[in-house]
Design a protein around this ligand. Structure first.
Ligand SMILES: *Cc1c(COP(=O)(O)O)cnc(C)c1O
Length: 216
């Protein structure tokens, strides 16, 4: 299938005008980003800072909204603050403090999603619900950041009941968040489970493989 066919078939699967499609372009060549841009796509997600900065600089001038979705180490925050419009994978006050300090005053506010932890394994990234709600309550101190909602990456499973159970937890956490702060973005759903995520209230799906094909 061509990039164009894959793109429009993902858009057909979404089939909902209020759900945003984030095209996850990590490990994909710049030419494919340009092609997708020419088909009308404007939101792109990247996970690796060096690769992302190269792409963002070479596509400067295009009307692209860049989202950082990868794990964040402290030494990356200055690049995220400088180059990105959104960051979806925030899981601590420490990272928020750095981003807020490093965002330039002349830039628009950096849009932030807090990452919700799925499951109890220590190895997993993200915040427990109580930690997440705690951060919401004190988010006002970050004047150069705008809290938009939550992101989660549930453990991959092809069993629908398990997908539903995981996404419902995200939906509940998002509603709890909305009682504290005005947030509008629930970023759940990827290539394999986007339909189920949308049923559970997703407002943004993050799709890589099903648009671009396998990563190189
Ligand atoms: C890679 C990635 C995606 C896209 O995954 P696909 O299965 O290729 O659609 C979505 N979200 C995050 C956080 C990712 O790292």
């Amino acid at each position: 299938m061509s990039l164009e066919n894959r793109y429009f078939s993902v858009k057909n699967r979404i089939n909902n005008e209020s759900v945003n499609l984030l095209a996850v372009s990590k490990k994909q060549p710049i030419e494919k980003i340009s092609s997708l841009y020419n088909l009308g796509q404007r939101m792109f997600g990247e996970s690796y800072i060096q690769e992302a900065v190269t792409k963002i600089e070479s596509l400067e001038g295009l009307d692209i909204q860049w989202h950082f979705i990868g794990p964040i180490q402290s030494n990356k925050t200055k690049y995220i603050a400088k180059y990105f419009n959104w960051v979806q994978s925030v899981d601590s006050h420490k990272i928020l403090r750095r981003l807020n300090k490093q965002r330039n005053d002349c830039q628009s506010k950096l849009n932030v999603l807090l990452q919700l932890k799925e499951g109890e394994e220590e190895s997993k990234r993200g915040l427990h619900v109580d930690e997440l709600l705690d951060i919401c309550a004190s988010f006002k101190e970050y004047r150069k950041l705008k809290l938009r909602g939550l992101m989660s990456i549930p453990a991959p499973t092809s069993i629908r009941a398990e997908q539903l159970a995981q996404f419902k937890l995200c939906g509940n956490a998002f509603q709890a968040m909305q009682k504290i702060v005005p947030v509008d973005t629930l970023s759940i759903g990827m290539s394999n489970d986007l339909e189920t995520a949308i049923e559970c209230g997703s407002t943004m799906v993050r799709v890589g493989t099903d648009i671009f094909g396998k990563r190189v």
